[in-house]
Design a protein around this ligand. Structure first.
Ligand SMILES: Nc1ncnc2c1ncn2[C@@H]1O[C@H](COP(=O)(O)OP(=O)(O)OP(=O)(O)O)[C@@H](O)[C@H]1O
Ligand SMILES: [Mg+2]
Length: 255
């Protein structure tokens, strides 16, 4: 998993990324470089305002940038179905469409012309997130965690190379959040997904990531490490306390 020697071509290659906003002029990312490999689950931690969302928006193709962002060797020049974003906001589904149609519609836009094929594919992925029995519900009839699972199923059904998640569980209560973390880890392992995941939560980064990155001011990378703790991670796992302290210290030192 994420073995650099087996998967020599990165799924995501970022080199000398530079991003400035002009209104007002703000330098957010300067000279940022890192690679992500197939089946990596990279968790990014960093203080508020350090540029995490800006980074993920650049990768998603929502922002202009200078430098290199490539998905499997191809330059990112705008949004594309090789990357899909799951947001913190629960309202990322089409509210007027059923759960099933929230999956079939993007498949249609993506060029899948056969209606039955679209339905089968949508049902297959709803089943993977244990939501098949809710396929005829509308988003407002679901809990926050269920909506996030629909968004994850949609990302998987589209067969994206990489799933981008910007604090997807931040608005969930603690118990739902733990459940969603377990669920995401399970789906990710089973489907061999590559995930880039932003969080404010050290526990979440240690539990989910096989890599952990800490960003500091101006998008500098302060830490980019392999997570040494084997899954399933619990606070009782060997090395958990030390790693938590190390990451916490880095975040404190780089506020
Ligand atoms: N559209 C914009 N125009 C101008 N400045 C912006 C814009 N979007 C973000 N910024 C600025 O860029 C910086 C980084 O913002 P960003 O949202 O990437 O931070 P973040 O690390 O995701 O923070 P948080 O943890 O609070 O979500 C901030 O100083 C912010 O004010
Ligand atoms: Mg953000």
């Amino acid at each position: 998993m994420g073995d650099d020697t087996l998967n020599t071509e990165p799924v995501l290659h970022i080199a000398n990324l530079h991003k400035e906003y002009y209104n007002p002029t703000t330098l957010v990312l300067s000279d940022l470089s890192f690679d992500l490999y197939h089946e990596d689950f990279l968790c990014i931690l960093g203080p508020s305002g350090c540029g995490k969302s800006t980074l993920i928006r650049c990768i998603a193709g929502f922002e202009k940038y200078q430098g290199v962002i490539q998905i499997k060797g191809k330059d990112v020049e705008g949004p594309g179905t090789d990357r899909i974003m799951v947001f913190q906001d629960f309202n990322q589904l089409f509210p007027w469409k059923t759960v099933l149609n929230n999956l079939t519609y993007p498949l249609k836009l993506n060029g899948m012309t056969d209606k039955n094929e679209r339905r089968e594919k949508a049902e297959e992925y709803l089943d993977k997130v244990n939501l098949l029995e809710y396929k005829d519900y509308y988003p407002h009839q679901l809990s926050g965690g269920m909506k996030q699972r629909v968004a994850i199923a949609r990302a998987m059904a589209l067969g994206s190379e990489i799933v981008l998640m910007d604090e997807p569980f931040a608005a969930l209560d603690a118990m739902s959040r733990n459940q969603m973390q377990d669920e995401l880890i399970r789906i990710k392992e089973k489907e061999k997904m590559t995930v880039l995941f932003i969080t404010h939560n050290i526990q979440e980064a240690i539990s989910c990531g096989n890599r952990i990155m800490v960003m500091g001011k101006n998008g500098s990378i302060i830490e980019n490490m392999k997570n040494p703790i084997e899954k399933p991670v619990t606070p009782a796992s060997a090395g958990y306390g030390e790693l938590w302290k190390h990451l916490n210290q880095l975040l404190r030192d780089n506020k």
